[in-house]
Design a protein around this ligand. Sequence first.
Ligand code: ATP
Length: 322
Amino acid sequence: MKKIAVMTSGGDAPGMNAGIRAVTRTALQKGLEVVGIYRGYQGMIEGDFIPLDRFRVSNIIQRGGTFLKTARSEEFRTVEGRAKAAAHLKKEGIEALVVIGGDGSFRGAAALHAEHGIQVVGCPGTIDNDLYGTDYTIGYDTAVNTAVQAIDQIRDTADSHNRLFFVEVMGRDAGFIALRTGLASGAESVLVPETTTYIDELITKLEEGRKLKKASAIIIVAEGDDEGGALDIAKKVNEKFDAWETKVTVLGHIQRGGSPTAFDRILASRMGNSAVEALLKGSTNVMIGQRNNEMVEVPFTQASKHHETLNPHLLELVEILS
Ligand code: ATP
């Protein structure tokens, strides 16, 4: 193998730049040439490539987002789109690919391998942490820290005014961000898609808190909760409980941005390094995961969403400590 490519795909996540840097520098150190592909699979279809040397990836480890940009590509979902993409790779002499992205990106990589023989390895890059086979995904820790910082500020004002705050965090299908954010910010309750939300139980809990003369309450809501987003839930609670002034904050895209935490930089550096090592030993169709602080290879077929479950003890801990 002489030449490999690296790209970012799907939703952006802080730490992706650190991953690109690690792939590039590891590959160069092993005597390989490295090409960066702009805008994920769409850039691959258009042949939008850039040669990467060690200086091209200087001064990016601390930057959020991805300097290679990311995109979603409908065309790559077609056999013809993938043929165009593979033709560009072959013309450039690229034999193998590292994809930093989510499970959709890995499905795309698997198709590229099946139809065109390109060797493919993935690194999990998504703030949602919802991929099976890894304890953490690149970007998750930063997203949680950003949310916690915002909630610390909300808590100051909540306490001063006896307010009930509903804070919505990202997580359409998974409550990982909500759970960790709730634990770290001392929230009263965390509402996640994985469990049924009972509005009456929530109200009973708020009533108990009020009787204990609590100054305020913060409820963390994952955007995909079965009772709706933070606005819907606030409305439902307010119909029966209006002792405190209620405020709703939707954190939204601030959770995606910002400089990656040290944890995410290190995770991405280790994963990028392991991805190149996996390619060199002939692995393909695998995602690099972290299990018990070790880098492991997880087949793409296992690394899909919805497999990993929330730790029920942590959910219980929120209730015990609130
Ligand atoms: P995130 O978790 O942030 O959504 P993701 O990688 O799962 O990241 P997707 O939009 O699902 O994001 O996938 C990224 C791209 O991968 C798609 O735009 C598409 O080009 C390609 N892709 C996804 N699924 C397939 C598939 N089954 N076959 C071929 N290509 C696919």
